[in-house]
Structure formats: structure tokens, C-alpha cells
Write a protein that binds this ligand. Structure first.
Ligand SMILES: Nc1nc2c(ncn2[C@@H]2O[C@H](COP(=O)(O)OP(=O)(O)OP(=O)(O)O)[C@@H](O)[C@H]2O)c(=O)[nH]1
Ligand SMILES: [Mg+2]
Length: 436
């Protein structure tokens, strides 16, 4: 229901200097009049007043008014800046509910912004991403998204597709209309070829960037006792995993997340790899193997003071993966490119190496790029449609081709949450004067 008035506490519900209670909808201005000294409302102003329940003052507040059409939701909106106590904030919210407002569902203000045409779906995605951002890079890409980066990215492709689809439709529907270019399969083919390339490129960039943004799934592996858990703890800057001098200490997977300058690592410390008959340790090593399967990056730790055949075997086994070998216990013996001492928290060599390795990908944050799983999945669907089309284009009629193109175009519309039919029909009528 869009015509009711919703309300919610928009700040975190805990002690703080101020809280904001928000209202949006047709009745927002009436409700604030009922519960305060405000008589006249001048949009786009901030007014000092008291919120009252009957004649009892609840709080001294500042109220901002946003006029329909110009507000976040494009509806009349009121924001009450009250004192930040949990109790006072809840009292004000309850008062709004008593006066007929409905408690907003999560995301409902943004949902209204979308339904009222203030933002598109990709921008709504980005607002959510910004709120949940945990690192500079996540925040930077989200703010680009809010400013329409996805639309900028895919609109040129959509325009091209729309033109070609519209021309084919005209060919089919008005064969007698000879002014139009004839859309044979030979004419259509190069377009589709180009779009396949465009889509692949966008997906590839988005996936590279996703790793940068959401973190690289990283396993720390090696023989027992080489210092894997010590490295995990040094990276996390806390004693998360148990460290002892006994080989086979870690059995379960131990996880943690660390934000380095240019890259976030989703770390998993694992059980040391060796031949063992010990039941629990054996299960632990099986888990290690599964974690390796799913990893984006493998950090192989070796004890620099004591490298043997087994270390070399591990280096060889994973040489085709994204593998880096770290030479630990540099306080005892120094060798290798990445030489660290996890025990002494002397791990800068590893951090520097990783920051350097992912330095270029970070600049993707400043490009227009698909931002999240939903968008990437739809782009992949679009690519599938186009590839399918390419496979048969020489044997199919243009009727079939246009159906495939329609489906691909539809996927792009969904990325932005645009109404597909309306969009295409608008376009056809704008570009072709068929009514003559
Ligand atoms: N001298 C020295 N000792 C270290 C270093 N890093 C770890 N150790 C020691 O090596 C032993 C094993 O460390 P852990 O971190 O538990 O090793 P692990 O690879 O997790 O071992 P498992 O869990 O048994 O596979 C402990 O006694 C650590 O204190 C280091 O950089 N220098
Ligand atoms: Mg361990």
C-alpha cells in the first residue's frame, strides 16, 4: 500500500546525542501538527518545537520538512531530530503510530523512492551497499552506484539493442514500409557479436572487482607447526586460533576477516597437512582440502629454518592455483621472497606483497561497474541469451532472433528495474513515425 503514511526510527536505537524519527506519506504534515506546536508548514525548512502527548512535553526537537516531489521518497516527509535516549525516541515513534502512521518495513523508505521513480533499482542496491560498507573500497563503489554508475554503464548497450529490436519489429510489422533499412541476419550478426563482447567484459570486470570488494577467500595451509595459526593471529591482530608447539594443534577451520590497504582477506586457518592415523586430525585435514577447493588465494606457510620434501610437494601441487609461499620464522632463518616472523608480528613483507599484487584492481572502484550479485546474475543471463542467439543466428528467421534479443534486453531492464514493455514501446514511437 503506497498511500499510507509510514514511520520509523532511522538512527541506531541506542544511547546517543540525537536520534532521527522519520515519516513519509500523505499524512506526515498533519501528524506533526497534531503532536507539536507547529501550525504552518513551510517545506524545506527546519523548525524548533516540542513534541507533546496531549499537553505533556515529551522532547525538545528540530523538525525538517521535505515537500512531495523533492524528498527522498518523493512523498511529503518529516524528520524529527530528537534527543538520543532510547526511551524518548521510542515514545515519539509510539506517538506517531497512535496518530495512524504505520511502522515502516525494512527498506521501505527506499522502496518508495524506487516506486516513485526517484532512484532505479541499481541505485537502491547501492544505498544498501553503502550502509553495509566495511571498507573504503566498498564505500567508494557504493557511492558511485548511488550516483547512477550502473545506468551509465549499461545504457549505451541498451540503446543499441533497442534500436536494432525496433528496426526488426518495423521490418516484420510493416513490410511495405520501404524507407526502413532491411534487417537481415547479416546486418544483425555483427551487432550481436559486439554485445556478447560487451557483456563478457562487464561480467569479467565485475567479478574481479567483487573479489576486491567482498574479500578474497584465502586459505592458510602448510605442514603442522610451521606457524599457520600464528600468522592468522598476526593478521587479525588478536589471538583467535590456539597456538602451541605441538604438531597438529589446529583441527577445525578457524575464520577471520582482515582489511588490508588494497584488499580484504576472508581468512581460513586450517589443520596442518600430514599423513596421520589420528581420527580427529584426519577429519581436520579433509576439511583443509575442501577449503582449498573453494579458495581464491592459497597462502602456503613453510618454516624457513626447516624446509623439506613435503613443503616442496605442497608448492608443486598448488602451483597452478593462485598460490603464494610465505617463509615463516625469519627470526630463526631468513630466506625466500616473502620472509616473515608470525611469532613477532613481523608480517609486513606479506602485507606489502598483497597490497602490491592487488594495487591495479583497486582502480576498478573508480570505474562504472556492476555492483552486486543480482546485477551480475542478470548480466550473465543476458549474455546466455545472446550466445544462444549467436549459435543459431544463421539458420533462424528474424522472428526468432527478435524474440531472443527481447529476452536479452529484458534482463538489462531488470538490472535497472525499469518497465520493459513501456520502455521499448516508448522508443519505437519516438524513433519511427508510423502513424503517417
Ligand atoms: N621462532 C618462531 N616460532 C614461531 C613463529 N611462528 C610460529 N612459531 C611457533 O611455532 C609453533 C607452531 O605454531 P602454530 O601457529 O601453532 O603452527 P600451526 O602451523 O598452526 O600448527 P598446526 O596447527 O599444528 O598445524 C608455536 O610454538 C609457535 O610459537 C616464528 O615466526 N618464529
Ligand atoms: Mg594451527
Amino acid at each position: 500500500m503506497l498511500n499510507d503514511t509510514i514511520c520509523a526510527i532511522s538512527t541506531a536505537v541506542k544511547d546517543g546525542a540525537i536520534s532521527i524519527v522519520r515519516m513519509s506519506g500523505e499524512d506526515a504534515f498533519n501528524v506533526i501538527r497534531e503532536i507539536s506546536d507547529i501550525k504552518e508548514i513551510h517545506p524545506n525548512t527546519i523548525v524548533y518545537t516540542h513534541v507533546k502527548d496531549k499537553r505533556q512535553i515529551i522532547d525538545e526537537v528540530l523538525v525538517s520538512f521535505f515537500e512531495k516531489g523533492k524528498s527522498y521518497t518523493r512523498e511529503n516527509m518529516v524528520e524529527i531530530n530528537c534527543h538520543g535516549g532510547v526511551y524518548v525516541t521510542r515514545m515519539i515513534l509510539n506517538l506517531l503510530l497512535e496518530k495512524g502512521c504505520r511502522l515502516a518495513e525494512p527498506g521501505e523508505f527506499t522502496r518508495r523512492a524506487y516506486l516513485n521513480g526517484r532512484i532505479d533499482l541499481s541505485e537502491a542496491d547501492s544505498i544498501n551497499d553503502l550502509i553495509r560498507a566495511e571498507s573504503m573500497i566498498q564505500a567508494r563503489s557504493a557511492i558511485r552506484g548511488i550516483n547512477g554508475s550502473v545506468e551509465r554503464l549499461i545504457l549505451p548497450l541498451m540503446e543499441e539493442m533497442k534500436d536494432v529490436i525496433a528496426m526488426i519489429e518495423v521490418n516484420i510489422d510493416y513490410p511495405e514500409y520501404e524507407d526502413e533499412r532491411e534487417m537481415t541476419q547479416e546486418v544483425i550478426r555483427p551487432y550481436v557479436e559486439k554485445w556478447v563482447k560487451d557483456c563478457r567484459q562487464m561480467i569479467d570486470k565485475a567479478e574481479r572487482f567483487r573479489v576486491i570488494k567482498d574479500g578474497l577467500n584465502t586459505v592458510i595451509i602448510g605442514k603442522p607447526n610451521v606457524g599457520k595459526s600464528s600468522l592468522l593471529n598476526a593478521l587479525l591482530e588478536k589471538d583467535k586460533a590456539i597456538v602451541t608447539e605441538i604438531a597438529g594443534t589446529t583441527r577445525d577451520l578457524v575464520e577471520g576477516k582482515v582489511h588490508l590497504k588494497n584488499i580484504t582477506l576472508n581468512l581460513i586457518d586450517t589443520a596442518g597437512i600430514r599423513n596421520t592415523e589420528e581420527k580427529i586430525e584426519k577429519i581436520g585435514i579433509e576439511k583443509t582440502m575442501e577449503a582449498i577447493e573453494d579458495a581464491d588465494l592459497i597462502i602456503l606457510v613453510v618454516d624457513a629454518s626447516n624446509i623439506d620434501e613435503e613443503d616442496r610437494r605442497l608448492m608443486e601441487t598448488y602451483q597452478d592455483r593462485n598460490l603464494i609461499t610465505v617463509y615463516n620464522k625469519s627470526d630463526l632463518y631468513k630466506t625466500g621472497d616473502i620472509s616473515i616472523s608470525a611469532l613477532n608480528n613481523d608480517i609486513d613483507a606479506l602485507k606489502d606483497y598483497l597490497n602490491e599484487k592487488y594495487r591495479d584492481d583497486i582502480s576498478l572502484a573508480d570505474e562504472d561497474i556492476l555492483n552486486n550479485e543480482r546485477q551480475i546474475a542478470l548480466m550473465k543471463q543476458c549474455l546466455n541469451e545472446l550466445e544462444e542467439l549467436m549459435a543459431h543466428i544463421d539458420y533462424e528467421s528474424t522472428d526468432i532472433t527478435v524474440t531472443g534479443l527481447d529476452a536479452a534486453y529484458h534482463d538489462l531492464c531488470l538490472i535497472l528495474g525499469k518497465e520493459y514493455q513501456e520502455d521499448l514501446i516508448d522508443h519505437m514511437f519516438r524513433n519511427f513515425c508510423l502513424g503517417k
